[in-house]
Ligand binder design. Structure first.
Ligand code: 13P
Ligand code: SF4
Length: 318
């Protein structure tokens, strides 16, 4: 549940909040990481804005004592898994990923028993307990590359996103045992949204996140992670780009490429949890050192193996 900030914070302008955040960051030796779907004002004060893979890498190698993670729970948890010696704070305590909650460790253990010999590939959008049950983790930026590393004779259990799973099946030709999870924001994007926009903007390129259902990804010029979308936007000759993902992405893209025009596929693709973090929450997080995210050591060690295996086989993108 969202807890309102104290009244004195409500009187401060965004500039005043940002100035105070900068002071506290220096005092605490803290770095602020923000996912591409965060509110514009939060992206603007962050030290780094990126996709899940980029932010995990940054968390793992940050020289700071404190990581303030503006995102949802699995992202802060992944930072805590990779950097247990650091203090990881999530300013909006309850910001969570609804898709990650669609898979639990007990159900996954059951699935593993039903498919002995299978390897489990988990999307990073999972709880630490689920990661601890997996062989290797992946993000939307490297899912096909990770699945291709699994020996061909081994069945793959893919958890929890059925749509990303189907996209990877199409890319790799591997048949996989898919979990039934999905992202409630991405399933709001419909093929007719894209068709209507393409009629109005015939020159526009279409980029879509692989969490969108296949009838939508089938209409895309490129199916990309949010980090991949930033690179596409920088490199394309197109001046207009239709963006099939969570609405916050448009702010990031517009900031990167102010001369181009980014058109959301639909205003309906909103992740409310990604919008929970306000500037006041970031300030309170640094002032009160709240809300600390930790993972029990026995789970952390097993989850870390799955995440580190992914990091080892996937090269960072320049
Ligand atoms: P990216 O890793 O592409 O940023 O996606 C994370 C996410 O939660 C998408 O909904
Ligand atoms: Fe999870 Fe979907 Fe929100 Fe991404 S957009 S954090 S997958 S609920």
């Amino acid at each position: 549940m969202y807890s309102p900030p104290p009244p004195e914070l409500l009187e401060l302008s965004d500039q005043q909040l940002a100035a105070r955040i900068r002071e506290l960051k220096a005092e605490r030796n803290a770095v602020v990481l923000a996912h591409n779907y965060q509110l514009g004002e939060v992206q603007d004060i962050a030290d780094h804005v990126g996709d899940s893979l980029e932010l995990s890498r940054l968390a793992a190698k940050a020289p700071h004592d404190v990581i303030v993670f503006c995102g949802v729970r699995f992202m802060a948890e992944t930072a805590a898994i990779l950097a247990p010696e650091k203090v990881v704070l999530q300013p909006a305590r309850d910001a969570d990923c609804l898709m990650a909650r669609m898979a639990d460790a007990a159900a996954l253990r059951e699935k593993k028993r039903a498919h002995p010999g299978a390897m489990v590939v988990c999307y990073v959008n999972t709880t630490a307990e689920v990661k601890a049950e997996c062989d290797i983790c992946c993000t939307s930026a490297n899912a096909a590359q990770v699945v291709e590393q699994v020996p061909p004779e081994k069945p793959v259990i893919f958890v929890p996103d059925q749509y990303l799973g189907r996209h990877v099946q199409q890319q790799t030709g591997r048949k996989m045992i898919l979990w039934s999870g999905y992202c409630p924001a991405h399933v709001r994007i419909q093929p007719n949204d894209i068709r209507a926009l393409k009629r109005r903007h015939p020159e526009a390129k279409v980029i879509v996140h692989p969490e969108a259902p296949q009838p939508v990804t089938a209409l895309a010029d490129a199916v990309l992670s949010t980090g991949g979308m930033v690179r596409f936007a920088r490199e394309t000759e197109a001046q207009e780009i239709i963006v099939g993902t969570e609405i916050g992405m448009v702010h990031r893209l517009q900031r990167e490429c102010p001369e181009k025009s980014f058109i959301p596929a639909t205003e309906q693709a909103i992740c409310p949890d990604m919008k929970m973090t306000r500037l006041g929450d970031v300030l309170l997080s640094l002032a009160k050192m709240q809300f600390r995210i930790t993972v029990p050591e026995e789970i952390r060690r097993r989850a870390e193996q799955a995440v580190q295996r992914m990091i080892a086989i996937t090269e960072p993108v320049a």
